[in-house]
Design a protein around this ligand. Sequence first.
Ligand SMILES: C[S@@+](CC[C@H](N)C(=O)[O-])C[C@H]1O[C@@H](n2cnc3c(N)ncnc32)[C@H](O)[C@@H]1O
Ligand code: SF4
Length: 449
Amino acid sequence: MNQDLLAKYGGNVPRYTSYPTAAQFGDWVSADHYAAWLGEIDGAEPVSLYLHIPYCHKLCWYCACHTNITAKYSPIARYVDLLKKEMELVSRRLKVRPKVSFIHWGGGSPNMLSAEDFRGLMVAINKNFKISGTVENAMEVDPRSMTREKAESYIKAGINRVSLGVQDFNPHVQKAINRIQPFEMTRDIVGWLRGAGIGGINFDLMYGLPKQTLEDVIRNVDRAVELWPDRLAVFGYAHVPWMKSHQKMINEQDLPTSGARLKMADALSKRLVEHGYIQIGLDHYAKPGDPLTRAYLAGTLHRNFQGYTTDDATTLIALGASSISRLPRGFVQNTTSMKDYANTIDNGDLATARGVHVTREDHWHWAVIEQLMCQMRVDLKKVCQKLEIPPDSFSPEIFALKELEDDGLVKHRGATFEVTRKGRPYVRSIAAIFDQHLQDNTSRHSKVV
Ligand SMILES: C[S@@+](CC[C@H](N)C(=O)[O-])C[C@H]1O[C@@H](n2cnc3c(N)ncnc32)[C@H](O)[C@@H]1O
Ligand code: SF4
């Protein structure tokens, strides 16, 4: 039966970290739109900031992120100057100096930044924005390019949450993905971070990697739990060699089948729950008292480009090549070409390359998709009441859900639809019922499991 479900619902579907998704972005959103939308920020609510640092010291063959490999520091130093310039350009379009309650440093590997450059960027943020006293300042870190000195300096300059890329502890898998990272390295960094006062540590783990077995995946969980991270994000490997040509370094025959991936996801989830973690949404796990768990239990969890978050800001200002900003009227992505990014910013222009306008209907549909992805349930009557839209606004989708209900993926009582345990791995396909833009371009997305 699982094989039937896999064939029917395991196809290529967006991860719904935004809606409309990046597949809908086009050049109909320009730097002029972005400038106008920035000018509409009124300072009534805090905004979030995202800084993209697209540099790493070595390429992992599975990587789907926007990054560049460099052995030298000079391109990074130059990029830091561009980020500061971009911040000024954005700031000039703002009518207020908004308060910032969340800062996220993503990549690439933001810990490629020297301690001095990181401090310089924090000074620039302070100059252009008002940093809230309770700001969550989170950094994604590649343990292989971390040092104790860097960890301590970042924390001194404001970092209070760290996400470590771990992926897999097994040497034969590490070899197959070109990422050698001994357990002791991760253990030492966790020790330094805790010693310097960091409370919130996340690990990224992956399943579905080449040469990985079910036993490997379970061992990964047990080893990770020895270090007792506050949160874990467990990603299924998205194999998209038509978009990321270096993934061709991975021999497709070494990849687990869809059926094996499903078993891995299920075993991982059970093991983490046995260890006392709470499953949050599709692929996150957190300790019982963690803010993410509290948000999940309170129904205030959100979904954004980083996955699941407690960040409830409606505006995200993103800086750096390829970064995506979210504003009430639309999404805006900077050019992914480093050369174009540098030239445009040097010319004093915003580096917008594409984006999408968000319509009223998109807001309604995102309200449902986000709740399904976060809570695994949605009360459509409540959504309609809250958004003040007609109660029959989702009638076509309710009709389409009948088939998924017959297959045991969802059940409903009145207008409340709940994803069943059996349906959980297919939540992206369930959410896709509410995606008005999803047509035939599914090849741009990764497989559900
Ligand atoms: C920016 S990296 C994290 C920080 C750092 N660069 C590192 O790898 O340690 C973001 C995360 O995305 C996940 N990731 C990267 N490529 C992926 C892919 N093809 N499929 C699924 N997850 C992927 C990995 O778990 C990785 O830790
Ligand atoms: S370190 Fe992270 S961003 Fe860099 S190549 Fe590896 S997975 Fe990608």
